[in-house]
Ligand binder design. Sequence first.
Ligand code: GDP
Length: 416
Amino acid sequence: MAVDITTDLSIVRNIGIMAHIDAGKTTTTERILFYTGISYKIGEVHEGAATMDWMEQEQERGITITSAATTCWWKNHQINIIDTPGHVDFTVEVERSLRVLDGAVAVFDGVAGVEPQSMTVWRQANKYKVPRMCFVNKLDRTGGDFYRVLDTIVAKLNSTPAVLQLPIGAEGDFIGVVDLVEMNAKVWRGETQQGEDYVVEEIPADLADKAVEWREKLVETVAEADDAIMEVYLEEGDVFDVPTLKAAIRRATLADKVNPILCGTAFKNKGVQPLLDAVIDYLPSPLDVESIVGHSPKDEDVEILRQPSDDEPLAALAFKIATDPHLGKLIFVRVYSGQLTAGSTVLNASNGKKERIGKVYQMHANKREEIASVGAGQIVAVMGLKETKTGHTLADPQNPVVLESMTFPAPVIEVA
Ligand code: GDP
């Protein structure tokens, strides 16, 4: 049965995971799909057995992200993970994927720090003002050093870091993180019913002073970026409760003034759940993003603005063509405004041809879901399009708009 997706857009996060090769993008993504799979299963049938099914299934098949966009659920939020090609050669693809996502997680190797490909993608993301946070991964490795990587994030990326976590232990003894927003410790102490889960503890005594020092840095960084927080901070000091501080970090991140920094090891499952929480807390929903600017199909100089609303005329950008072993040719699109409905006829405003929308799917790690209709902000795979290529706009025939100019992308950015 095909379902209608008329979602409250505030719960949607369209994100990319970007990294230099080998930093741990695949592992982090797989862990995200693993945890969100568990929570989805538990939400569905609320039985311990479901967890086991999932884990057995995972062992049998392995969870791999093979799709250009994968939808998962975490704490009542819908996260669409858009595959961001890591390789510099595919600059056009990287730029296009950066256009269709709203926020990103940059994964760094805890030993190697910021590497050349990360710098290239980071600059491209700067160009599109994509709000970003950083995950310093692989802290279990010999030579893993959170503070050194942090220095490279500042020096090489010119980032203003909002450090939200400090590592507890290092290398083989890395066991968890100090959470500087909640001022507690999240420690992984082994198996629980839901796989390796963390327990919340007091900050270890030997890190107490450091935690206070870094909390102060965090609040000062946020205050610098946010007048409301600065005013209170100057008058009363750090009196911020968790929701107030989170909201301020979110505002500063969305304004692209700071980058929240988290740490852990995807490999050993430590840090991935707090990372998912942070995606919800700090990365934008489609509503937080400025309205999309396109142009008239008749005249590139005539701008047309579209709001992220189901009530606007349809405007969707095709960003990836893929071949599914079962379904054949699939075109991944992001709907910016209006509704995309299976069986409807739309206009490809980029080539002037009418196209019939075949079946529409949302892709999950372990299944695909047929969708009758999706609204603004969503990312789906469409079957049946014959004349549509990447970069083309699907639009309402009565109110056409072209989202991507013929000259996209802008010139390649040089690596320093
Ligand atoms: P990608 O190229 O960025 O997708 O990197 P992968 O996720 O494929 O990881 C590259 C290698 O690093 C693989 O052998 C992973 O098993 C390993 N790896 C990933 N995350 C971690 C981690 O947190 N700690 C350690 N020690 N190894 C990791």
